[in-house]
Each structure stands twice: as C-alpha cells, then as structure tokens.
Write a protein that binds this ligand. Structure first.
Ligand SMILES: [Zn+2]
Ligand SMILES: [Zn+2]
Length: 101
C-alpha cells in the first residue's frame, strides 16, 4: 500500500498556485470555483467539474517547486493521470476532489 507524500503546507501551496492562475485551468481555460463558492444552479457533480486542482508535472507530490506545479480542472487532471502512469490513481484523485475544496 503506497501513501503519497504531500507536505504539511500543501494546502497553502496549492491555494497560492490557484490564486496565481486566477482559478483557471491551464489546459482548457475553465474558470473554477473558489472555496466557499457554491452556485445553487450547479449540481454537486457539476461543481466537481469546476473543482480546480494542482498538478505535479513530474508526478512527484513531494516536489513543490513552482515550475512543477500547474492548475488543472478535475477533468483535465484526471486526463493527465489516466494517460500517464503516476503514483496517484484516478480513484485517489476523486478523494482529493472531496478534500480539496
Ligand atoms: Zn481543464
Ligand atoms: Zn496530478
């Protein structure tokens, strides 16, 4: 059983990266929801689509250098991991979606 090594201040790092990109997916340009934004016209599953996540381009979650991090919406993020064997499975990603709000 492998555990990913996210650093303790990961949440702050991730939020800073998202702020810097104006909460926009760097792949498809989708503007995602900020924490606390819960538009009532969106269903829960639609909101998940607008969930911005921070991706490690070298697939090493312990490498938090700026150039290794990029913002992706949940759809694009899953896409990256599905087509590249990383140490995070798509199943784990959906857990991050729930925690990473
Ligand atoms: Zn996207
Ligand atoms: Zn990723």
């Amino acid at each position: 059983m492998s555990k990913t090594r996210y650093s303790k201040d990961w949440k702050q790092i991730a939020t800073a990266v998202k702020d810097a990109s104006n909460w926009r997916c760097t792949k498809c340009d989708r503007i995602c929801l900020r924490p606390g934004e819960k538009p009532s016209e969106l269903t829960l599953s639609q909101r998940r689509v607008y969930n911005l996540q921070v991706h490690h381009y070298n697939f090493d979650p312990s490498d938090n250098r700026k150039e290794n991090l990029g913002c992706l919406c949940s759809g694009c993020h899953l896409h990256y991991h599905r087509f590249r064997r990383g140490n995070i499975s798509p199943g784990q990603l959906s857990l991050f979606q729930l925690n990473d709000a």
